[in-house]
Design a protein around this ligand. Structure first.
Ligand code: SAM
Length: 436
């Protein structure tokens, strides 16, 4: 009998476990995870992760250290590597001899992911980042994303990506993130056309449907030249990509095969129900007094959320300029999805970006509770109530993801993985003569 394929996950930058919650709901099993916060001694996210999932297979240490020290195979094998990592400067510091690959800037987390992929070669990868990743840095538009794609190509992966606004798929928050899925060419191959993959047959298209461009455009696209051809050497990409370009060539969806990139601007197609902030708020029964806005501070909140045009002076250059910004909706409308939760959402001090709502029961203005922030991301209420302050709980949700979006993607990867891994297991069994 051919061996039964396994569906094991390793979770990097695990935070409070958004990927794990989603992937366990879609049939995957997390066998190893890593979470370590460099800026604080207390490890609240890791503690919460362990409180919810147990300590087995969890490592709370700097990933840069872990991937070097664990080259000794103490990280178990897995089929899918996942992680949500910060948008940083990914430039390649210098090329190394062929055998040792490339070296990025110290402290840049992408290079830990790269090293992990190189070390473990999982057949599937799913990464999450802010959508700015497609455009950064300003001096070489799109370079950082081009480096990532070029690294994946170099390691033998094909990839697809999509910028997803969770509210467009029925979730109550307008959180916009880029999801990048890749699989090893030698495991799954690509028996598909890049544009069909992008619009209908890929993991992203199956998980999160988009509008078809219509048959004339689709026909036009059926034999397309790629939008971009990346240099096979990530160092060359780092040195040259996007120089002199004002805008990034990467649209909100795309496919990369062996360094050739097809990218299109696409629109979400969702037939189900849409949800709003008010749907979440309506479930809250008890609101501690500290969440209501102190009447003495309403003016300060109003100023920060209001429009302004003020003369300011640059502290470094002494240059005088006008700073202007528009008006934010205040209170936040309950009949629309929430804005993106940021890490600074918690705490009593007035801020332009924290949400303020009119409490439906009392009519008083208030901030959102940690439980409401959790539900806006699709976590069970109380998930981060594991010994940290309310401000910290809000911080965790600012870092986390919309669980339901990853659940959809996890299911689509599972379908693809089941087919790929079964046929791979059959091939291996035939080769070794263990097939019955
Ligand atoms: C964007 S958050 C990911 C949140 C996660 N997806 C969740 O659902 O909570 C990135 C995480 O990477 C962690 N991190 C930052 N630097 C790290 C490092 N050097 N090693 C390991 N983890 C790190 C941060 O503490 C943070 O929790």
């Amino acid at each position: 009998m051919a061996p039964v394929p396994q569906f094991r996950v390793a979770e990097l930058f695990a935070g409070v476990g958004g990927f794990r919650l989603a992937l366990e709901r879609s049939g995957w099993g997390v066998v190893w995870s890593n979470q370590w916060e460099p800026s604080t001694k207390a490890q609240h996210a890791s503690d919460c992760y362990v409180a919810r999932f147990g300590p087995e297979g969890h490592v709370c240490d700097d990933i840069a250290k872990v991937v070097i020290e664990n080259a000794d195979a103490s990280i178990p094998d897995f089929e899918l590597l996942v992680g949500g990592f910060p948008c940083q400067d990914y430039s390649v510091a210098k090329p190394l001899p062929q055998a040792t690959g490339i070296q990025g800037k110290k402290g840049v987390l992408w290079w830990s992911i790269y090293r992990m992929l190189d070390l473990k070669r999982p057949p599937f990868v799913l990464l999450e980042n802010v959508d700015r990743l497609l455009k950064s840095p300003a001096i070489q538009r799109g370079r950082d994303f081009a480096i990532i794609l070029s690294c994946l190509a170099q390691l033998g992966y094909v990839a697809e990506w999509r910028v997803v606004n969770a509210a467009e798929y029925g979730f109550p928050q307008r959180r916009r993130r880029v999801f990048l899925y890749a699989h090893r060419l030698d495991h799954c191959g690509y028996q598909w056309h890049p544009i069909r993959r992008l619009y209908s047959e890929g993991v992203m298209a199956k998980a999160l449907p988009i509008k078809s461009p219509g048959s004339p455009r689709l026909n036009e696209l059926l034999a397309p030249e790629p939008t971009i051809e990346l240099d096979a050497n990530p160092y060359a990409v780092s040195q040259t990509f996007g120089i002199g370009q004002k805008i990034s060539p990467f649209e909100n969806a795309g496919v990369m095969i062996e360094g050739r990139v097809w990218t299109e601007k696409v629109v979400a197609a969702h037939r189900g129900k849409l949800r709003a902030l008010g749907d979440v708020v309506a479930k809250t029964e008890r609101i501690p007094e500290s969440f209501f806005i102190d009447p003495a501070r309403i003016e300060a909140w109003g100023y920060l959320k209001g429009p302004k045009r003020e003369p300011r002076t640059d502290k470094v250059t002494g240059h005088e300029y006008f700073y202007s910004e528009g008006k934010m909706a205040c209170p936040d409308p309950l009949d629309r999805p929430a804005r993106t939760i940021l890490t600074g959402e918690g705490g009593m001090s007035p801020s332009r970006f924290k949400h303020i709502i009119e409490d439906p029961a009392s009519g008083r203005l208030r901030r959102l509770t940690p439980e409401e922030l959790e539900e806006l991301n699709g976590f069970p209420r109380g998930w981060t109530n594991t010994g940290m302050s309310d401000t910290r709980r809000a911080f965790m949700m600012g870092n986390a993801l919309v669980v339901g979006i990853v659940e959809h993607i996890g299911r689509a990867i599972m379908d693809e993985a089941a087919t790929c891994l079964e046929s791979r297991a059959e091939q291996d069994a035939r080769r070794t003569g263990t097939h019955t």
